[in-house]
Write a protein that binds this ligand. Structure first.
Ligand SMILES: C[S@@+](CC[C@H](N)C(=O)[O-])C[C@H]1O[C@@H](n2cnc3c(N)ncnc32)[C@H](O)[C@@H]1O
Length: 272
């Protein structure tokens, strides 16, 4: 790692006990440069001084690193595969009608978990099949989880949702869209750090064994060894018939770390 960046990170670790060393180096440097430009600093030494005397800047940097942008049905190919391949496969193999278990890791403000819940509900209506499912949606950010739990979104946030789904699964109150309680009831939001090495899964989910694990827009922020920790954890949490879904841009990160089968060449959906 660049020596000056390393100095900044070591200072943050020692003085403020915050560990930012897991982030991908290029991403870290870009974010530090953005902060320096914003503060009109030209040298790392100036930024180092800012960090030394201003704890607020440490939090601002940490927030800038922890991007929480999300969107309903964000990675279209993933949701398409979920609808066309993953769900039919899971339901045909689930002979005893046990509860389908899903983990949305790094769920941010909830859109990913609600999108999956809507698709499952829709699938149940279309096929006439009744099934039980539970979505565990976890994130490290408490403020994002609070937002997610409310399940209230503005007009701009629901733009990526099919009109049919907006009509069926949201109640419009003035300019806001409230997700139906019936959908919310299937989701448990939990605080959980994917880099926590003491636990394999969020303890509230009790035993893991997830049939679908969604890990979208998280891996590329981390350095190789931390990507590995996360991926190993996710693979271990899969049920024998489970699927791991990631984004196209994170597909290679999964492929190079574990031996999982792609459901087809183009997709970034894996199975054991
Ligand atoms: C860019 S958002 C992606 C949200 C959603 N998965 C999506 O694709 O729209 C990344 C989320 O991952 C969370 N995150 C990052 N590192 C994490 C970690 N170590 N443990 C748990 N969540 C983490 C962040 O707090 C943020 O909410």
């Amino acid at each position: 790692m660049d020596n000056s960046a390393n100095q900044i990170l070591q200072l943050i670790l020692q003085k403020y006990h915050m560990n930012l060393l897991a982030y991908d180096e290029d991403y870290l440097m870009k974010t530090i440069h953005k902060r320096m430009a914003f503060l009109q600093y030209k040298s790392f030494d100036e930024y180092l001084l800012e960090i030394t005397y201003n704890q607020g800047e440490v939090h601002t940097l940490s927030d800038a690193l922890n991007i929480n942008y999300s969107q309903f049905f964000r990675e279209q190919q993933g949701f398409f595969a979920l609808e066309q391949v993953v769900m039919p496969s899971l339901f045909s193999q689930n002979k005893n009608n046990r509860e389908i278990r899903i983990w949305s890791v790094g769920c941010s403000t909830g859109q990913e978990a609600y999108s999956v819940a809507i698709l499952l509900h829709h699938y149940s209506v279309l096929t006439g099949k009744k099934f039980r499912y539970r979505i565990f949606a976890s994130d490290i950010s408490i403020s994002s989880l609070e937002y997610a739990k409310r399940g209230i979104y503005n007009e701009h946030e629901v733009e990526s949702i099919r009109y049919e789904f907006i009509k069926k699964y949201f109640v419009k109150i003035e300019n806001t869209y409230h997700i139906l309680q019936e959908i919310k009831d299937h989701i448990t939001f939990l605080e959980y750090d994917l880099l926590d090495t003491k636990t394999r899964i969020p303890t509230e989910s009790i035993y893991g064994e997830f049939d679908i694990v969604l890990c979208n827009n998280i891996l590329y922020y981390y350095r190789d060894e931390f990507q590995k920790i996360i991926i190993n954890k996710l693979v271990k949490s899969l049920s024998p018939i489970g699927f791991l879904i990631t984004t196209k841009s994170e597909k290679m990160i999964v492929s190079k770390n574990v031996e999982l089968k792609n459901i087809n060449v183009e997709s970034s959906v894996f199975r054991k």
